[in-house]
Structures are given as structure tokens and as C-alpha cells.
Design a protein around this ligand. Structure first.
Ligand SMILES: Cc1ncc(COP(=O)(O)O)c(C=O)c1O
Length: 433
């Protein structure tokens, strides 16, 4: 339950705060005052294991000492010189060159996910051949809330979707297959249709996609999906723009999700997991795109907060720890533990229609019953709140709860978090009997 000091503060704030909060914070009604590692503390002193890792930002947990030290040092030195070169930026470029696939050797830095998606769209438009004036996107993809990014989003994100100029393809949503087929006998027909679409439309310049679709509920593609689509893009001169704002930086068990899914993107966007929650985003690309004579007009990679030294310091410190401590390997190991523990929960609770994930990114899809698979957002909300009351923070969106603990969480705390989730499920399912 939300404690009295928090209720008081929420009442004060609500007198002035515009509505429009996320479902998660509007429902959760908590006031957090401190985060240490994987644990949050609220204003009334209650503690929570943070399985949402900030907003999938805290790969190293909250307030990692090395990130705090890097930010503190930078904060006493230099905050903003527009996009002038800094030592930190040069070092971050070299670090990214070590962490990313070799061909992604050119970078630009921004401050939010939507901003870097816009930068990717600008680059695509700059280098597109005449006549290639459309951009492809996948159903269920999410790329941000600015107009350009929303052009790529075709589902209700709480705002009216803006269909704009993008071409749709089927996402690999096996649990709710739009073609009513079953994997593997389907032969990954969703990908065949995307492939056909790409081949038949000579005016598409790029496909912008999430390799694993995050916001829509952690939709993990089956083998064969990306292979087919990547080939189609290559054969038809369509650029592959992987939006790894959510998955990039190790979350799925490889530095880029693209790497383990057999995708070789031309451009990649990174943000959430790369700078410990400090506003930061990076565009990484092949030099053939980002150094193309038509790209890189004066100012195209600059903005008031793009390249800011604090964001760069946070990213450098975060990614250095990810690399040094081999945290991507740890994500795979802990991810396997999560797979196993969540499979146990699925076996116990019928309201869990589907449980899926990759690395330390999982989605739990709540249904009325397994037969009808009718989405049950009310049950998801009850479980979300029961878990919060028991001391576990998760991320909710509609009828899906997402779990994405910090990479640095210790095994005992990970186990405790899943146990609390099981208790929350027990409470909700017993109460409805
Ligand atoms: C894949 C993806 N792209 C873009 C965005 C937008 O990022 P931001 O909220 O920082 O604008 C998000 C945010 O969740 C995302 O998941």
C-alpha cells in the first residue's frame, strides 16, 4: 500500500501536474526517494526489488558507484559546449568501436530514444535514392512519441496513432499469429509476406524495426524470421535500421539483439541501457550511410543537448563496466534462471497465457483463460499492484507485465523477486476464486 507520506506528496503534486502519466506510475502511486543496486526505497521507507530497472535503463542498477563518480567528476568540470569535441566523446567513440560489430564504425550522440530515431530517419532520407520516399515499419513496433517516430508506430500507445508514410509488415507475434498459423509448420509465413512486400515496393528506402519488440510485450522472433527479412532488404536496396533503444547494450544477452538474431543492420539506435538512466542516446552506423556525401549536413547531428558531456560521461562509465565485468555473459546466465523460474509460474497459473523472453527481458501475457487467450489487463493490473505491495516493482503495459532486472542483480535477489511475483499471482488468483 502507498504509505501516508507518499499519499500526502501525491495529493500536493496532483494539484498542478498535468495528467498523462504512464500506466505504471499512475497505478503504482509510489514516491521513490532512493535507488541502490537493484533496490528502491520509497518516501515511507518501504523497499522494492526493481525488476523494471528504472525504465529498462539501469543495467548496472541504481547509483552504480563508478557511474556516480564519473558523473560527479564531469559535473564539476564541464556541462555543455554544444557539440564541440571533448575527450570523453573521443573515448566513447573508441569504446563503441570495440563493443559494436566492426562495420558499425561511425557514431552520433543524442539525448533520448525518440531523438535518435528521428536522427536515423533523417540519415535515411538524406541518402535515399530519388523515388524511395517511404519507410517500412512493423506492426507492434514502438519507436517513440515524436511525429517522425510515431509515423512508424501503428498501435494505440495511449495517443491516436498517426499512420503517416510508413509501410507495415507483420511482426513475429506467434502467440497471437495474425495469420492463425502455428510455428514451425507456418514456415514463418509472416516473414515471407514482409519479404514480398519489400520486394514489390520499389519506393521503400529503409525498414525500421525492433529486433525483439519491447513495448508491445517482448515479442521474440522465431528462427528464420529475421534471416528472410534481412535478405529481402539486402536484395532490394532497403536499409536495415535496428531500433535497439531498448534492447541495445546487452539486455538480451548479446551487446545488440541483432547480433544473435542474424541481422546485420546499416544503422542502430541505442539509448536506455547504455547510460544508467542519464539522458543519452547514440546512433551507430556504417560509414557508407553516415559518411555518405548527402548525409551529415551542417548541424544534422547537433542539438542543444546532443553530445552533452554529462550524458557521454554516464555512457562511458556504464559501458566500461558492462565490458570489463563481462555483464553480457551474466545476462545470459541470469536470463536462463529467469526462463526456468518463470516457466514454473506459467505451469502453476492459468492466467499466464504466454511467458517469453530473451536474456534479462521477459514478458508475461495475462489472459482470461488459455483457451480463448482473451487479454486480461485487469488481472495484469492486480498482479502488478499486488507485487508492488509485496516489494517487487515490475513494468506494466496493458495485459502484459515486463520484467527486466539490472544485469548486476545478485542471484538471491533475483530468486526473491520471482518468489514475490509468485506470491502476487497467488493473492490475485485466490481472491478471484
Ligand atoms: C525501441 C524504442 N525506441 C524508441 C523509444 C523512445 O525512447 P524515448 O522514450 O527515450 O523517447 C523507446 C522507448 O521506450 C523504445 O522502446
Amino acid at each position: 500500500m502507498t504509505g501516508p507520506r507518499q499519499l500526502d506528496l501525491l495529493a500536493r503534486e496532483s494539484a498542478h501536474l498535468a495528467p498523462g502519466a504512464s500506466e505504471e506510475s499512475a497505478l503504482g502511486r509510489r514516491v521513490f526517494v532512493e535507488g541502490r543496486g537493484a533496490v528502491l526505497t520509497d518516501l515511507d521507507g518501504d523497499q522494492y526489488i526493481d525488476f523494471a530497472a528504472g525504465t529498462l535503463t539501469q543495467s548496472l542498477g541504481h547509483c552504480h558507484p563508478e557511474v556516480v563518480a564519473a558523473l560527479t567528476e564531469q559535473a564539476s568540470k564541464l556541462w555543455n559546449v554544444h557539440d564541440f569535441a571533448t575527450e570523453g566523446r573521443a573515448e566513447l567513440c573508441e569504446l563503441l568501436a570495440r563493443l559494436l560489430p566492426e562495420e558499425l564504425d561511425t557514431y552520433a550522440f543524442f539525448s533520448t530514444g525518440a531523438e535518435v530515431v528521428e536522427a536515423a530517419l533523417r540519415a535515411v532520407q538524406a541518402v535515399a535514392e530519388p523515388g524511395r520516399n517511404r519507410v517500412g515499419a512493423l506492426r507492434h513496433g514502438f519507436h517513440g512519441k515524436t511525429q517522425g517516430a510515431r509515423m512508424l508506430v501503428h498501435w494505440d500507445i495511449g495517443n491516436q496513432a498517426f499512420a503517416g508514410n510508413s509501410v507495415l509488415g507483420y511482426s513475429p507475434y506467434c502467440y497471437r499469429c495474425p495469420l492463425d498459423l502455428e510455428y514451425p509448420s507456418c514456415g514463418v509465413r509472416c516473414a515471407t509476406l514482409v519479404r514480398r512486400h519489400i520486394a514489390e515496393k520499389p519506393n521503400v528506402s529503409a525498414l525500421v524495426f525492433e529486433p525483439v519488440l519491447g513495448a508491445a510485450g517482448v515479442i521474440v522472433p522465431p528462427p528464420g524470421y529475421w534471416e528472410q527479412i534481412s535478405d529481402a532488404c539486402r536484395e532490394n536496396g532497403v536499409l536495415l535500421v535496428a531500433d535497439e533503444v531498448l534492447t541495445g547494450g546487452g539486455r538480451t544477452g548479446s551487446f545488440l539483439a541483432s547480433e544473435q538474431l542474424g541481422i546485420e543492420p546499416d544503422l542502430v539506435t541505442l539509448s536506455k541501457g547504455t547510460a544508467s538512466g542519464f539522458p543519452f542516446a547514440a546512433l551507430a552506423g556504417r560509414s557508407s550511410v553516415l559518411r555518405h556525401p548527402a548525409a551529415g549536413n551542417a548541424g544534422s547531428t547537433a542539438s542543444t543537448y546532443a553530445n552533452n558531456p554529462l550524458g557521454i560521461a554516464a555512457a562511458r562509465a556504464t559501458l566500461e563496466v558492462v565490458a570489463r565485468d563481462k555483464l553480457v555473459d551474466q545476462v545470459r546466465e541470469l536470463g536462463a534462471v529467469m526462463d526456468e523460474r518463470l516457466a514454473e509460474l506459467k505451469a502453476r497459473f492459468d492466467v499466464l497465457g504466454d511467458v517469453r523472453g530473451l536474456g534479462l527481458l521477459h514478458g508475461l501475457e495475462f489472459v482470461r483463460d488459455r483457451e480463448s487467450r482473451a487479454p486480461a489487463p485487469d488481472i495484469a493490473r492486480e498482479v502488478y499492484l499486488a507485487a508492488l505491495d509485496l516489494g517487487l516493482r515490475t513494468a506494466i503495459g496493458g495485459h502484459v507485465i515486463r520484467l527486466a532486472p539490472p544485469f548486476t542483480i545478485d542471484r538471491a535477489l533475483l530468486d526473491e523477486g520471482v518468489t514475490l511475483l509468485g506470491k502476487a499471482l497467488e493473492r490475485v488468483t485466490e481472491a478471484s476464486r
